[in-house]
Write a protein that binds this ligand. Structure first.
Ligand code: CDP
Length: 223
């Protein structure tokens, strides 16, 4: 199918707003593919750490991003054949990811890889710039927000469930720093696309949010 005809739903928003869970749920209901673009930035960060690469050298970091030997297999993520599904979820990796994500050459290096996820019957793409840069022609664009305290609580719970240690006040500080970096960077900053639907999930559970998105989608599908 011509890739322009493949339907795409983009879900962008700040860190720990629940985009990942929402995107997976929506993709499952529709039977579509999923792109977790944040994982690609996290994988780049992990590759930088593994290689002992100087994080300040944006072109060397971009080379690592371009050459990532990554496979998404079911729920597993393999980097150079190694299962890094859990390792990339550490806060340290997330923080480094947000730093490498500010580099334009890194974003450029990951662009084609992200677009290649767009396959029939459809794609749900989760990130920061899915609706603004990567899939500007997406049929439905969601911008998922939630207040920072609620997001810190969710991230805290998520990290604990994964067996990582986490401190709530440190997390709150981390999230604020990451928000600021994501929103103020020069290239592809975190912002809602002009034609995005803004959904605030501060006071609603996942079921309710999934329904909001599916209702918006149904309203756009002819017939
Ligand atoms: O889980 P969390 O929302 O904290 O982050 P993520 O979605 O896994 O992404 C990790 C980092 O990659 C974010 O803090 C962003 O700085 C960056 N990112 C980005 O710049 N553009 C994207 N499309 C996705 C993630």
């Amino acid at each position: 199918m011509n890739s322009e005809l493949i339907p795409v739903i983009t879900i962008d928003g700040p860190t720990a707003s629940g985009k990942g869970t929402l995107a997976h749920r929506v993709a499952r209901v529709l039977g579509w593919h999923i792109l977790d673009s944040g994982a690609l930035y996290r994988l780049t960060a992990l590759a930088v750490m593994n290689a002992g690469q100087d994080i300040d050298d944006q072109f060397a970091v971009a080379e690592l991003a371009r050459g990532l030997d990554v496979r998404f297999e079911g729920g597993q993520i393999l980097l150079g054949g190694q299962d890094v599904t859990q390792a990339i979820r550490q806060e340290q990796v997330g923080n480094l990811a947000s730093r490498v994500a500010a580099y334009e050459p890194v974003r450029e290096a990951l662009l084609a890889r992200q677009r290649a996820f767009c396959r029939a019957p459809g794609l749900v793409a989760d990130g920061r710039d899915m609706g603004t840069v990567v899939f500007p022609n997406a049929r439905l664009k969601i911008f998922l927000d939630a207040n920072v305290e609620e997001r810190a609580l969710r991230r805290h719970k998520q990290l604990k469930e994964k067996g990582f240690s986490a401190n709530l006040s440190d997390l709150l500080e981390d999230l604020r720093a990451r928000d600021l970096r994501d929103r103020s960077r020069a290239h592809a900053p975190l912002e809602a696309a002009a034609d995005a639907v803004i959904v605030d999930s501060s006071h609603s559970g996942i079921e309710e949010t999934v329904k909001v998105v599916l209702d918006h989608w149904s309203a756009r599908v002819p017939g």
